[in-house]
Ligand binder design. Structure first.
Ligand SMILES: [Zn+2]
Length: 217
């Protein structure tokens, strides 16, 4: 869905109850910045299709807002196409962690026959572990052509969390916080030791964080 002149959201990609997974993209006149890749290669292909439909000739860059697999699971789809994937320098997931993620997904399949058939592999078909190949260590500004996107380090939900602020449109992509209605997700955070992300959002000029209460997004 279109959020503003340059910003789009791809919402409701499925995952583990009660979570849904969101992604988005920002289109300048020359480049498109894809924000998060979904949980698997199919989600990434869906995001790619929407992004290309809006600006077919743009070069594409991808950024992950955090380390959890529902944000990076589709990375391999992009890397296989030679597309750069940015992410916080600490996003270094291991094959063992990915195997555990897939096993937890498989264990969540309630029908024992489907579980025995390992239908989780259908969900993860064509999906391999791929960490970001372009590490982010500090705030950055990306020029997309007539539109700038600011990458902000916003540790909180995890130490690896970043947000993407598009000041010209007044749009903030803040990962798991995109969907309204859930309890705030600080399950994996360390509020006293690094959860500074919220203060960075409120410090962003031209952005009223309370505005999100007006809508489902
Ligand atoms: Zn997360």
């Amino acid at each position: 869905m279109r959020l503003s002149a340059h910003c789009f959201a791809v919402t409701g990609l499925g995952y583990v109850p009660p979570w849904t997974v969101n992604a988005g993209f920002v289109c300048g006149s020359e480049a498109t910045l894809v924000i998060d890749t979904g949980a698997n290669a199919l989600a990434a292909a869906t995001i790619h299709g929407y992004a290309e439909a809006v600006r077919p000739t743009n070069r594409i860059t991808v950024v992950n807002t955090e380390k959890h697999f529902d944000h990076i699971g589709g990375n391999s789809y992009w890397r296989e196409r030679g597309i750069e994937v940015y992410g916080h320098v600490t996003v270094q997931r291991t094959p063992e962690e990915f195997a555990i993620e897939k096993a937890e997904f498989a264990a969540g399949i309630r029908n024992p026959a489907r579980r025995a058939l390992n239908e989780a592999e259908v969900f993860y078909h064509g999906t391999a572990l791929a960490n970001p190949n372009c590490p982010i260590r500090e705030d950055q500004i990306l020029d997309l052509g007539g539109c700038t996107a600011r990458i902000l380090l916003t540790p909180g939900h995890t130490p690896s969390n970043i947000s993407i602020f598009v000041p010209g449109d007044g749009v903030l992509y803040c990962g798991d916080c995109l969907t309204n209605g859930y309890w705030p997700n600080l399950d994996c955070g360390r509020f006293r030791t690094g959860g500074t992300g919220c203060s960075r959002w409120t410090a962003s000029p031209a952005l009223d964080p309370m505005d999100s209460g007006r809508t489902r997004l």
